[in-house]
Design a binder for this molecule. Structure first.
Ligand code: NAD
Ligand code: UD1
Length: 354
């Protein structure tokens, strides 16, 4: 019988794109998600895209009994672990929620995996663990820094927990994937990022302005020591990220221990460059104003992704233009996120634009 990959947080933004990549590669998946930042509609659309029923359990990774039940009922040989809370600003207001969800949740998951002798894990980490980088581009081996908020600290704590776990038992094979700035959406326009409430990240904020839901974009800081005074980041397409997970999972078949890989393009773009590119590509003008620097922002960072290329054969294939086109298509087809009716809207929106 074919083995199953358990995808925690698989109804969310990156998890749903990765579930699609796994199914497209002929693998069997089971999604576990408590839907605290997602909805069933993303899974319905996955089913529409793949023509395959997606096994789904609505539940929490902190529910030990449920985890044991899942591992005993399904023939799981690996876990992709996306479930967690991800808002920096919320983590400052509600640190206990973040430590409980992210750290305790991961602890429970690893306990349940060990009890069921499932030892392959791919974990969603973040470039936030580097803190303010000492050297750019950032390479994995230079070590981590000091994250400046509870969200970032949960990611670093989990990385340390996983390192100790691998040292304690050689049967574990763990991939720690440090994402840079994921953006974009699947080219179908059917799945994408669907933030609950007010978005904080640059691209969701920018597209809100582009569709007229916000009057202007706030650019945090114009006095950084960068190419044009605004912050520089390494934006990476979510479909490329999904492919990175597939390759990391394949690599875990061949190696034990813990392995860290940066998933980024290796190219940095400033906030102003992103705004200008968006305007050029879509023809939509983005009104913006400068505001003081946002607390906790670093001036610039981008990845050295060469380790992922050497060891996984992975590199990002989609450029900024593709990222913007796919982000915009998702937004046009789904102005109300997953509450929109995509087929109808897609035909209208695409006629107007692409
Ligand atoms: P997301 O919020 O869209 O997806 C996370 C999913 O996990 C959601 O569907 C949510 O309902 C679920 N979830 C949360 N807590 C849970 C729990 N206790 N039990 C079960 N399900 C739970 O976020 P995303 O952007 O897809 O991020 C996925 C992972 O990648 C997260 O761990 C995030 O911290 C990490 N990450 C994201 C980014 C980014 O910019 N999106 C960058 C670096 C790292
Ligand atoms: C942020 C988090 C990081 C997290 C990542 C993914 C902080 C300090 N960092 O990364 O920990 O892993 O999101 O969730 O929050 N910007 C504007 N105007 C806006 C929004 C953003 O100018 O309305 C700027 C920011 O100042 C930043 C850049 O755009 O310079 C990118 O911001 P964002 O998309 O939030 O990503 P990061 O800050 O890199």
């Amino acid at each position: 019988m074919q083995k199953t990959t358990l995808i925690t947080g698989g109804a969310g933004y990156i998890g749903s794109h990765t579930a699609l990549a796994l199914i497209d590669a002929g693998q069997q998946v089971l999604v576990l998600d408590n839907l605290c930042n997602s909805c069933r509609e993303s899974l319905k659309r996955l089913e529409f895209l793949t023509r395959i029923r997606v096994d789904f359990i609505e539940g929490d990774i902190r529910d030990t009994k449920l985890l044991d039940d899942i591992f005993s009922r399904y023939d799981i040989d690996a876990v992709m672990h996306f479930a967690g809370l991800k808002s920096v600003e919320e983590s400052v207001r509600q640190p206990l929620e973040y430590y409980a969800n992210n750290v305790v949740g991961t602890l429970n998951l690893c306990h349940a995996m060990a009890r069921s002798e499932v030892f392959k894990l791919v974990f969603s980490s973040s470039a936030t663990v580097y803190g303010a980088p000492r050297k750019i581009p950032i390479i994995e081996d230079l070590g981590t820094g000091k994250p400046v908020n509870p969200y970032g600290r949960t990611k670093l704590m989990i990385e340390e927990l996983l390192t100790d776990l691998c040292l304690s038992d050689p049967r574990w094979s763990i991939a720690v994937l440090r994402y840079f700035n994921p953006i974009g959406a699947h080219e179908s326009g059917l799945i994408g990022e669907n933030p609950n409430g007010r978005p904080n990240n640059l691209l969701p904020c920018l597209t809100q302005v582009a569709i007229g839901r916000a009057p202007e974009l706030t650019v945090f800081g114009g006095d950084y020591p960068t190419v044009d005074g605004t912050c520089v980041r390494d934006y990476v397409h979510v479909v490329d990220l999904a492919d990175g997970h597939l390759k990391a999972l394949q690599a875990l078949q061949r190696r034990n221990g813990i392995h860290v890989w940066n998933l980024g393009t290796g190219i940095g773009y400033s906030v102003l460059q992103i705004i200008r590119s968006f305007e050029d590509i879509t023809g939509v003008t983005i009104p913006f104003r400068f505001a003081p620097r946002r607390a906790g922002d670093i001036a610039q960072c981008w990845a050295d992704p060469s380790k992922a290329w050497r060891e996984l054969g992975w590199h990002a294939q989609r450029d900024l233009m593709q990222m913007i086109i796919d982000t915009w298509r998702w937004q046009l087809c789904n102005p109300q996120g997953y509450r929109s009716q995509p087929e109808l809207l897609a035909s209208i929106a695409l006629k107007q634009w692409v």
